[in-house]
Write a protein that binds this ligand. Structure first.
Ligand SMILES: Cc1cc2nc3c(=O)[nH]c(=O)nc-3n(C[C@H](O)[C@H](O)[C@H](O)COP(=O)(O)O)c2cc1C
Length: 203
């Protein structure tokens, strides 16, 4: 189907999968605990992500609220992220292996971690579990804390739990962002090109 540019210039009306459309990154979660089986199920979806040369460079440390591992992950978060993620039923810490088995740089490792997290996010959404990913992590502290060797890079943490929870648990300035309606995106024409790249300011 050929789409005219003017039709997709504003907001796309094209239908996408509900698990993609309805997903958002909350900072509050239902009190419902997350079980090890649920965690292993969503990480299993990540396991089947494609990766360059099937290198599977992703690594995840996971912890359930009340455990030592959870507290150790929490301790590696930035103060801002700690302030809301402390209520999450589970936490992940994500790293990737920077090198190939031959010791060369794996240029696509970060790309592959993103694909892995895409699978994890989609499977979680299917189960009604929300993820909130965080770059606000003390990367060096986390690498040391969880004994990652030199060739690994810790990049993100993730807070997860069932959608729900109490909006009053959040500081006031964070409350308006706490609904799916707050989500905005740049128009598709700003990042997709049926030919040469065109800078955004020209579009
Ligand atoms: C790699 C990555 C890092 C992020 N880091 C943080 C963070 O440190 N703290 C935070 O509150 N949100 C963080 N976010 C959440 C984004 O702000 C959020 O995904 C974005 O605003 C889009 O909102 P949505 O996920 O609800 O569609 C991060 C998301 C990603 C994917």
């Amino acid at each position: 189907m050929e789409l005219e540019n003017k039709n997709i210039k504003k907001e796309t009306k094209l239908e996408i999968l509900p698990i993609l459309k309805d997903r958002y990154s909350p900072r509050i979660f239902a009190k419902t605990p997350i079980s090890e089986t649920e965690i292993r199920t969503i990480l299993e979806a990540g396991r089947w992500a494609p990766s360059s040369y099937n290198r599977q460079p992703w690594r995840t440390i996971w912890g359930i609220k009340g455990s030592k591992t959870y507290d150790r992950i929490l301790d590696c978060l930035s103060d801002f992220n700690k302030s809301w993620a402390i209520n999450a039923p589970a936490l992940f810490l994500n790293a990737f292996k920077k090198t190939t088995d031959q010791g060369e740089e794996n240029f696509h490792a970060l790309h592959d971690l993103g694909l892995y997290m895409g699978n994890v996010t989609a499977q979680a959404q299917h189960l009604g579990i929300a993820l909130h990913q965080m770059a606000g992590v003390n990367h060096e502290q986390a690498k040391k804390e969880f004994k990652f060797p030199e060739e690994y890079h810790v990049v993100t943490a993730v807070a997860l739990g069932y959608y729900g929870g109490n909006i009053e648990d959040l500081p006031e300035d964070l409350r308006t962002q706490e609904t799916p309606e707050h989500r905005t995106r740049m128009p598709q024409l700003n990042f997709t090109f049926n030919g040469n790249y065109i800078p955004n300011e020209v579009i």
